[in-house]
Design a protein. Structure first.
Length: 312
C-alpha cells in the first residue's frame, strides 16, 4: 500500500508540474476609450480624455486606449500591456494604429504600448520621454488626472502632428508646507531681539547721555525687525505683528525704560545678529478637452511590444 500511495503522490506532482501557469486575469472588455478600473480618475478627466481620443480617432483613424488597473496580477507591466493590447485589438485591423496608455497605481508602474503602424511616429525614445518628462512628474505629485491627461494629449499631438508643450506639476510653496509651530518659533526668536533692542532705544531716548543706548538699541532691535518682515512675508506669517510689538515696547520703554537700564553702564553692551532668506512659489495650469463618448469597440489592431515603461 505504501508503494501505491507514493505512486499516486508522484503522479499528482507530475501533473501539477506539467500544468500551464495560471493566466493573469485581464479585463474582459473595455469600458470605453477610457477604462478606469482602478478608479483614480475624476469624472471631468475621463470626459476630457474621451473627447481628446474621439477627436484624434476622427482625424486620423488612430485609436488610443487609456487603462488603469488595480493589479498587474504578478506579471511585468510590459507583459501585461502586450497581452491586454492583443486581447482588446486596439487600433484598426490591418493598420495597427493603436496606442495603449496603461497605469498600475498600486505597483506604481506605467506603460505606453504602441501598435506596429504608429511605431515610426511614437518611437520607443519618444514614448520614454513622455513618461519621464510629462507623466511621472504629475504622478509623483499625486495628480493622476493631469499626468494621464497631459500624457495622452502629447501622444495625440504626435499622431496628429500638432504642437504640444506639456506643463509642469504645481509645486507646493514654502508657506504651504512650513508648519505653524515653526513659524511661531522663528517669530518669537526675532521678538526677543526686538524687545531688548527697543527697550534700550526707549531708555536711551529718555536719559541724558544715552547716545550709546540709542545706537545699540536701534541696531540690536531694528535689524532683526527688518529681517523678520522679509521672513514673515516668505512664510505667510502676518507681517504687522512684530512692528506693532516693537512700537508697544518702545512706548513702554519711553515711560519705564530709564529704570530698567539705569543700573547698566552706558558702554557695557554688545550685540550680534543673523541672516535669514526667503523662499518663493510658482504655479502653473493646464486646459483640456470636454465632450461625450461614441466608443464602439477597438478595431482589431496589434502591437509588437514597442513603446516604453516607467515607475514612480
Amino acid at each position: 500500500m505504501k508503494g501505491v500511495w507514493q505512486g499516486l503522490l508522484l503522479g499528482v506532482l507530475l501533473v501539477l508540474a506539467a500544468a500551464p501557469p495560471a493566466q493573469a486575469k485581464m479585463p474582459a472588455k473595455p469600458q470605453g476609450w477610457v477604462s478606469d478600473f482602478a478608479g483614480i480618475l475624476s469624472g471631468e478627466a475621463k470626459s476630457k480624455l474621451t473627447a481628446l481620443i474621439e477627436e484624434t480617432e476622427k482625424a486620423t483613424g488612430a485609436e488610443i486606449a487609456v487603462v488603469t488597473i488595480t493589479s498587474l496580477e504578478g506579471i511585468s507591466v510590459e507583459e501585461y500591456a502586450v497581452k491586454l493590447f492583443k486581447a482588446w485589438g486596439i487600433g484598426k485591423k490591418g493598420k495597427d494604429n493603436g496606442v495603449l496608455l496603461l497605469v498600475a497605481p498600486n505597483e506604481r508602474k506605467v506603460k505606453i504600448e504602441v501598435g506596429y503602424g504608429l511605431e515610426p511616429i511614437i518611437t520607443d525614445g519618444r514614448a520614454g520621454e513622455i513618461i519621464r518628462e510629462t507623466i511621472l512628474p504629475f504622478f509623483k505629485a499625486g495628480d493622476y488626472d493631469q499626468g494621464i491627461l497631459q500624457g495622452s494629449t502629447q501622444i495625440a499631438a504626435l499622431i496628429t502632428g500638432k504642437a504640444f508643450v506639456p506643463s509642469v506639476p504645481r509645486r507646493q510653496s514654502r508657506e504651504n508646507t512650513e508648519p505653524w509651530p515653526v513659524k511661531v518659533g522663528v517669530m518669537l526668536f526675532f521678538a526677543l531681539f526686538i524687545t531688548i533692542g527697543f527697550l534700550a532705544l526707549g531708555s536711551g531716548l529718555r536719559q541724558k547721555g544715552g547716545g550709546f543706548l540709542r545706537i545699540w538699541g536701534a541696531g540690536f532691535g531694528g535689524i532683526p525687525l527688518a529681517m523678520s518682515l522679509a521672513f514673515a512675508a516668505a512664510m505667510g506669517f502676518p507681517i504687522y505683528i512684530l512692528p506693532a510689538w516693537a512700537l508697544l515696547i518702545l512706548v513702554f520703554s519711553l515711560s519705564f525704560g530709564k529704570k530698567v537700564f539705569s543700573h547698566f553702564p552706558s558702554s557695557g553692551f554688545s550685540s550680534g545678529g543673523g541672516r535669514f532668506g526667503s523662499g518663493s512659489s510658482s504655479s502653473s495650469s493646464f486646459g483640456g478637452f470636454s465632450g461625450g463618448s461614441s466608443f464602439g469597440g477597438f478595431g482589431g489592431g496589434s502591437s509588437g511590444g514597442g513603446g516604453a515603461s516607467g515607475s514612480w
